[in-house]
Ligand binder design. Structure first.
Ligand SMILES: Cc1cc2nc3c(=O)[nH]c(=O)nc-3n(C[C@H](O)[C@H](O)[C@H](O)COP(=O)(O)OP(=O)(O)OC[C@H]3O[C@@H](n4cnc5c(N)ncnc54)[C@H](O)[C@@H]3O)c2cc1C
Length: 526
């Protein structure tokens, strides 16, 4: 039996934040689907929101988080996020994360920027617009230097292993597909899912290829509850150039003064929200979608006087590949799927509804973001809730798996027609974009459900990575659609054109073993 102390699925900010703590008490195995540095974390541009300016600042950060979340934020989780954020970021600084600072001659203070729905500048950034890469690299360096952590890349977690312990279904490990294509059952006293989001479920996304929601789908198959899966945040400004990837054009551009202009060259945000370009993301994304009906929408920084190449080196380099320049040209933008507010339902300590199974980061749903995440709160979420999950996981007994599941499972790998699998996946993604995207109604959502149901017969089987991902995307899509049909209101990122109003009572959706229910905000996670 292959046994480790703790098994962590995912090596982004949440997984590594947990790993470096857990290693103090037992062995830790971290698996990642691609190379270690490939994760949503590594792509984060704008920064990490953190209140480091004393109590007032913490209270304001909390209020901004709650306001952006449109009535659905779990206050306990949000309070922990903003209160514990600063000590976690100080830890990052000690581990060598090099956030941008003012020149030493002017005091060397950490620089802070502002993004949508923040009432003040509190977002730290690194290398201008490469914050995630800097954090990922420094966390990895720290994890590599920590005894007891094994990092295993190019390894896909396929399924969770459960056993009855004292009559209770308990997660005791996972089936892994290693880089040699071998299936291995690995047992652990606790498993943490930190496998990130599922942006790949939409044809237009800012997320990298690894973001297929595997961990969420796997937890659901094992019987864990998912929550708020209908809330997918669409980033307002992905690059919209024929044939180009949906590269993110960070909200920090608007934080530094960028305007949004329509096909006539007119600013339009005053028609949608008093915070103009810095309104909450869902508002800006819908405003752009409406303006796009009349022609292209652009980011305009021609009036901004700072050195844009120095402030946004990564974005500037990317745009140069298309012969575009921030301060010189209008940059075409449109929304793209970006961040999943829902996920595996957990309490604030990462405990899911299944003993032995924990989740943190974008794969988890503590309710901290409510219906709409405040910009730059997700890196902080990974840090804070990864650490809290680690503390709870340490309390698990050292048991315990009997290994009875060892001879069960692995599905034989079926020879796959790769082209057919890619076509099948592309169809799922197109359905989601066309009928379950930013603007929804019953007719479109039901059409999406019917189209998705029709795909079930061709669902890719076998244990190859792509087959695993195809099944994950199908699960995510079907739970998202079911939840979106049932939520007959508009709230945050979930906008129903047939139910444009917000209900008086805020309810979380919970999907468990094929059944959907709604619970009141305060009853969530109890
Ligand atoms: C372009 C872009 C810009 C962003 N900018 C910001 C920003 O400025 N500020 C901010 O706060 N947030 C930002 N975000 C969001 C933020 O980056 C993510 O929400 C956050 O990094 C998620 O961290 P995580 O640890 O939960 O997951 P991730 O960082 O996504 O890590 C997931 C890990 O799980 C692994 N994995 C997945 N499936 C499997 C499997 N089946 N088996 C094994 N391993 C698996 C992956 O290989 C990876 O290691 C941005 C996101 C994107 C895409």
């Amino acid at each position: 039996m292959e046994q480790v102390g703790f098994l962590i699925i995912g090596g982004g900010i949440a997984g590594l934040s947990a790993a470096v703590r857990l290693a103090a008490v037992d062995t830790v195995l971290v698996v990642t689907k691609e190379e270690l540095a490939e994760s949503n974390t590594a792509y984060a541009q704008g920064g990490i929101a953190v209140a480091m300016g004393g109590l007032d600042d913490v209270a304001e950060h909390l209020q901004d988080t709650v306001d952006a979340g449109d009535g659905l934020v779990n206050r306990e989780a949000a309070a922990l996020l903003v209160e514990q954020g600063s000590k976690r970021v100080e830890e990052l600084l000690r581990w060598g994360t090099d956030f941008d600072r003012a020149p030493a001659s002017s005091g060397g203070e950490l620089l802070r920027t502002r993004e949508g729905a923040h009432s003040r500048s509190r977002i730290l950034h690194a290398n201008g617009d490469a914050t995630g890469r800097e954090i990922a690299v420094s966390l990895l360096r720290h994890a590599r230097a920590t005894d007891g952590i094994t990092l295993m890349e190019f390894t896909t977690s396929v399924d969770l292993i459960t056993e009855e312990i004292d009559g209770i279904k308990t997660v005791v490990g996972a089936v892994l597909l290693d880089r040699e294509g071998k299936l291995r059952n690995v047992y652990a006293r606790a498993v943490l899912i930190a496998s990130g989001g599922a942006g790949q479920v939409y044809s237009d996304t800012t997320n990298p290829a690894v973001a297929t929601g595997d961990g969420i789908a796997m937890a659901y198959r094992a019987g864990a509850a998912l929550s708020d899966m209908e809330f997918y945040q669409f980033h307002p400004t992905a690059f919209a150039f024929e044939g180009a990837p949906r590269f993110l054009l960070s909200e920090a551009l608007r934080g530094e003064g960028a305007w949004l202009v329509n096909a006539k060259g007119e600013c339009f945000m005053h028609r949608y929200h008093p915070m103009l370009e810095l309104a909450p993301r869902d508002v800006v994304a819908r405003a752009i979608t409406r303006e796009l009906l009349a022609g292209p929408v652009y980011l305009d920084m021609r009036h901004v006087s700072i050195d844009l190449k120095a402030r946004f080196p990564g974005i500037s380099k990317f745009l140069a590949g298309y012969n575009l320049e921030l301060g010189r040209d209008l940059i075409p933008v449109r929304p793209a799927a970006h961040y999943l507010m829902g996920g595996i339902q957990t309490d604030v300590n990462g405990q899911t509804t299944l003993p032995g199974l924990f989740a943190a980061g974008e794969a988890a749903c503590t309710g901290v973001h409510g219906a709409n995440r405040l910009a730059s709160n997700s890196l902080l979420e990974g840090l804070v809730f990864g650490a809290l999950a680690a503390e709870a996981m340490m309390q698990r007994p050292e048991i315990a798996a009997q290994g009875t599941a060892a001879e069960a499972k692995p599905e034989p790998t079926v020879a796959l027609n790769l082209e057919a699998v890619e076509d099948w996946i592309a169809e799922v993604r197109a359905i989601m974009w066309e009928d379950a995207g930013l603007l929804r109604d019953a007719e479109g959502l039901r059409r999406a459900q019917t189209r998705l149901d029709a795909l079930i017969r061709g669902i890719p089987r076998g244990s190859s990575r792509r087959a695993v991902e195809a099944r994950s995307l199908y699960t995510i899509a079907s739970v998202l659609i079911t939840s979106a049909i049932a939520r007959e209101e508009s709230r945050g990122a979930h906008y129903r054109s047939d139910f444009p109003r917000r209900d008086a009572i805020a309810l979380h959706s919970v999907m468990e073993k094929g059944k959907l229910s709604f619970v009141e905000e305060h009853a969530h996670n109890e």
